[in-house]
Design a protein around this ligand. Structure first.
Ligand SMILES: Nc1ncnc2c1ncn2[C@@H]1O[C@H](COP(=O)(O)OP(=O)(O)OP(=O)(O)O)[C@@H](O)[C@H]1O
Ligand SMILES: [Mg+2]
Length: 239
């Protein structure tokens, strides 16, 4: 579970990128995070993952306060950033070993998890190549594999489908569903509303740093909105 309570973040003393938001991302469901460009999605994600600190408010990840128990919170998170262009000079397998070392994954566990994920993502034969030789989608997949190796309870993924081919996107969506069905937390941002509508149990919409909607896809439809796209466009128009 992720609990965000009255959190704000200002950049450079001017812009309130996140403006007094409160949001609970429950376990056991896939939770989508939607909003126009510049709405505050990545900022919120960076606050939850402890990359940046809030001006005020409280964030708990799987019960760990990100201020008073930052390490506990970070250990429970698997984070995929929006830019997969990292550690380009390492080979894929070296990057995965580096991430496994950081999170203290045993050699038996990493072998099993890497083997399974590489197979699903069709990355097995590419693991010995340098990341700089990878396509965008392959970089995205190696970052996902690195982030999920330690089998964290809470997945936080910033636009994880970008650049993935249909098979890989299908595998990731299936992995997200499996993870949520085991009672874990999956929180991901996306611009693709068709994906959100199909994959998510719940969504939050952020506009100009404020939460405009948080709730179930079914509840949204019951409240008279024909589609997620229509609701999104209506809500964000005035934000
Ligand atoms: N490091 C930074 N310094 C100053 N302003 C920033 C910084 N990062 C983000 N911002 C500003 O904060 C606001 C929210 O940005 P954020 O990256 O959170 O949006 P987003 O919802 O992730 O957008 P996108 O859909 O384009 O990824 C924007 O106005 C952006 O210009
Ligand atoms: Mg973003």
């Amino acid at each position: 579970m992720i609990e965000i309570v009255n959190v704000s973040k200002t950049y450079g003393g001017r812009l309130k990128a996140v403006d007094d938001i409160s949001l609970t991302v429950e376990s056991g469901c896939i939770y989508g995070f939607l909003g126009p460009n510049g709405a505050g999605k990545t900022t919120t994600i960076k606050l939850v993952t402890g990359i940046i600190q809030p001006d005020c408010g409280t964030i708990r990840v799987d019960g760990h306060d990100t201020k008073t128990d930052a390490l506990g919170a970070k250990l429970s998170i698997g984070f995929v950033p929006d830019d997969p262009n990292i550690f380009l000079r390492l080979k894929g397998i070296e990057y995965l070993a580096f991430m496994a070392d950081i999170y203290g994954v045993s050699s038996a566990a990493r072998k099993k998890v890497i083997g399974e994920m590489a197979e699903r993502f069709e990355m097995t034969s590419a693991l010995g190549d340098k990341i700089q030789s990878y396509s965008h989608g392959m970089r995205q997949k190696i970052v996902i594999m690195g982030a999920l190796q330690h089998q964290p309870k809470v997945w936080i993924l910033d636009e994880p489908m970008t650049g993935l081919d249909p098979k890989s996107a299908y595998e990731l969506k299936t992995m997200m569903r499996e993870h949520a069905d085991k009672g874990n937390t999956v929180f991901f941002s996306t611009h693709v509303l068709e994906v959100a509508e199909k994959v998510c149990d719940k969504v939050a919409v952020i506009g100009a740093g404020r939460i405009l909607y948080a709730g179930g896809i079914e509840d949204m439809k019951k409240s008279g909105h024909a589609s997620l796209e229509k609701m999104f466009l209506e809500m964000t128009q005035n934000a």
